[in-house]
Design a protein. Structure first.
Length: 398
């Protein structure tokens, strides 16, 4: 079978393969780019595997960078683009269940492919599009099936993160995990505790926003993986209910996390900190979950303090939780607010000081009172009206 290498990323990299072959070595496209191209999906980065050892690659190409030379990876720079070329290798002993203790470079493509995670990722393609399929990956692609290469228990002992990758691929690609592989995940789920939270989170985030998260989440639960990640160990039933939401994909991880934490009634800040998520995501999800709790009748102040991003995310999540929810009406209510940020308030601390108000905590409270009344529509956001009103409020507070 041939793969049409018409996609620009493949076309740009074909000369790299040809140059390696001209030097007497083998070179192939491998990994996710091959899988996605066969599925008709867009590809992003191409990975190249070769029988040439790192030092041999460096002799073939003038410009290279040692990006992971101890594991056989050298980046070849060509016309401003970097291509990672990794030597065929075997791996042995995985004491941390993530990284091999020892890597051996080999000349055999078959030896290299048999250490990979799933059959759909163990396909190799020559520069002319010829597909090398040693583990029936093409058949599994056709069946939309995830199957470990060889013994699944060995694969998951080599790298326990592969179990999270399985449920992530289930959600991302709409595939299902074949029985023997699923049984091995269930048996080896406790190994996940050896994997860093950051790596688990990277897979879980992609699971959340997949096209078929229902089955990804359900297998995340039934295999027991959920018991070895932060904050979710006691949430079997709630996670299952979450999986039964309509399959409309979330627009991003903020929507996914907001829906999940709202349904599970978990506090976003400590939960997402435990998951080592970014401060920006923590803030956005916290604002969104707060607004979701008031989504049936939000006040202008609720919308204002949430901000535009949280309003948009809350609208998306609310429409998923309640099909009759009018997210356009929510967006319109936010758009109608007199101001959308404190910097838009037509009154500043300098204005108050000039008018004789003493600076300090009380002035901050006064500005907050004016801000809240402008948002509520009690005061018009006009400096000629706000300053006299603020001075009157100041007198009343004395």
């Amino acid at each position: 079978m041939q793969l049409d290498l018409k996609q620009p990323d493949f076309q740009a990299a074909i000369p790299i393969l040809k140059k390696i072959e001209a030097a007497g070595y083998e070179a192939y496209f491998v990994g996710g780019s091959v899988r996605d191209a066969l599925l008709g999906l867009p590809i992003h980065d191409v990975d190249i595997a070769s029988s040439a050892y790192p030092e041999e690659i460096k002799r073939i190409f003038k410009r290279t960078v040692d990006t992971g030379i101890e594991h056989g990876t050298v980046m070849v720079l060509d016309h401003g683009t970097g291509y990672e070329v990794t030597t065929f290798r075997t791996e042995s002993r995985y004491q941390d269940f993530r990284r091999p203790d020892h890597v051996t470079f080999v000349r055999s493509l078959a030896e290299d492919l048999k250490r990979r995670d799933f059959t759909i990722n163990a396909l190799a393609v020559r520069h002319d599009g010829t597909i090398i399929d040693l583990f029936d990956g093409l058949a599994d692609l056709k069946k939309h099936e995830l199957r470990a290469v060889g013994d699944p228990h060995e694969r998951f002992h080599e790298d326990a993160l592969r179990m999270m990758r399985a449920v992530r691929f289930e959600s991302q690609l709409g595939f299902h995990i074949e029985p023997a592989t699923k049984e091995a995940i269930t048996a080896n789920a406790p190994l996940l505790k050896h994997i860093s939270v950051e790596r688990i989170a990277a897979e879980f985030n992609r699971l959340l926003i997949g096209i078929d998260r229902r089955f990804g989440i359900q297998d995340f639960v039934t295999t027991g993986l959920f018991a070895y990640v932060p904050a979710l160990a006691g949430q079997r039933t709630a996670l299952w209910h979450f999986s039964e939401l309509p399959d409309t994909p979330f627009s991003g991880i903020a929507s996914g996390w907001s829906a999940l934490l709202f349904m599970l009634k978990l506090d976003p800040e400590p939960t997402l900190k435990a998951w080592k998520q970014s401060n920006d995501l923590i803030d956005l999800v916290s604002q969104t979950v707060t607004l979701l709790a008031k989504i049936s009748m939000p006040t202008p102040w609720d919308l204002y303090t949430a901000g535009s991003r949280a309003v948009a995310v809350a609208g998306e999540v609310a429409a998923l939780l309640e099909p009759n929810f009018d997210r356009q009406a929510l967006a319109a209510a936010y758009a109608r607010l007199p101001i959308h940020a404190k910097k838009e308030l037509a009154l500043t601390g300098r204005d108050l000081i000039t008018a004789g108000v003493r600076p300090g905590p009380e002035m901050g409270k006064l500005l907050h009172q004016v801000e809240s009344q402008v948002v509520a529509g009690v005061l018009h956001n006009d400096p000629k009206k706000l300053l006299p009103a603020a001075i009157e409020m100041s007198r009343e507070r004395q």
